[in-house]
Ligand binder design. Sequence first.
Ligand code: SF4
Length: 445
Amino acid sequence: MKWPFLAGAAISFGQNQNVASHSGLRTYSEQMGSLSTIEKLGILADAAKYDASCASSGTAKKNSIGGKGVGSTEGMGICHAYTPDGRCISLLKILLTNHCIFDCHYCINRKSSNVRRARFTPQEIADLTISFYKRNYIEGLFLSSGIIKSSNFTMEQMVETARILREEMDFRGYIHLKTIPEADPELVHQAGLLADRVSINVELPTDSGLTRLAPDKNARQIEGAMGKVKSDIVETKDARKRFKHAPRFAPAGQSTQMIVGADAANDSDIMGKASRLYKGFRLRRVYYSAFSPIPDASAVLPLKRPPLIREHRLYQSDWLMRFYGYQASEVMQATDGDGNLPLDIDPKLAWALKFREQFPLDVNRAPKELLLRVPGLGVTAVQRIVAARRHRTLRLDDVGKLTVSIAKVRPFICALDWRPTALTDRADLRALLAPKQEQLELFAS
Ligand code: SF4
């Protein structure tokens, strides 16, 4: 057992232990019997593991006076996320409940799924969060939920959790609330006033996929909710420019998650959708979650999960669009004939191999935007090249010091002492640069 303090009386759980006291949940409560906190934690942390969108990049640094500093541990319900400055922070990642009135085919928590159910009260989650925080196990909370009774009822419970934490417990740590698009926009607004980040899952890359696999959800409603969050973020930012004490609204922005491989959408569909979401709703992140087969899966789902490396390639394509100046249409040019990104090489290399006429680029003269397209050169390496070449003319060795693999870079650049000549056009260049097969298999497993 990872949380010995939960076994004793060290935690006090307020007044809301009796889930049956909530109207409409008596049957559920009777069905569940009484579960200990550790049992609920086990069920609801495990149920939350399918949600990938818990990284906290982009959060503002907070005043943690009264907090206990940074801590990190492994255990159920803890996920790790990285901030832009490289700090690893831990979040309690949990569902309010895995009970749900919806029946999304890909979800283990769907109405028709035969899983053990549990539910926390807002007070219990707030108490758990504070207890874990004070023990330095976590620095924040990622809270999602199945839908109990109604979307509004569930959203109220999530908002109440954040309210208790912020207002009654003066919690200044990170809170990410997964909001419910069908809920009253006012409730989503309240969530944004309390949380650092809010997210709404688009779930699937295409509307037809959503209709087929999540019949209770509606693409227009999901995007409408995202649009409202976006305008709330913009309005509160404007207000804060004029009024110092205007409230913050989701200062770490909004994000979403797409499931990969549960329907027939190819990588071009996924990248196109991600690009529209970034532009239309100014999302901080789109997360890609490779569909994983679940027990008692619906017959409409594929039997096999897509290779994990497909998810990784999509994240790489996402980075190309966000940090390397590629348009979605350009990354799509890196796909194979079936619209999917190659699995054996990364999308930047795939694009460069298709457009070899753009290379080699002279590292001493080429503009930064073009150098960012050289396979093997990251954003930091390009910045350093641009800074260094102001003072001297760079040799291949100088570039080699800035990259993990100069072999990958060499065919695409010129330097003072280096010209790739025929190397750039070699027919077997892809085979030369692709990672060795065994490594790929290890990575994909
Ligand atoms: S609404 Fe969420 S929790 Fe409920 S079945 Fe759909 S994906 Fe699962």
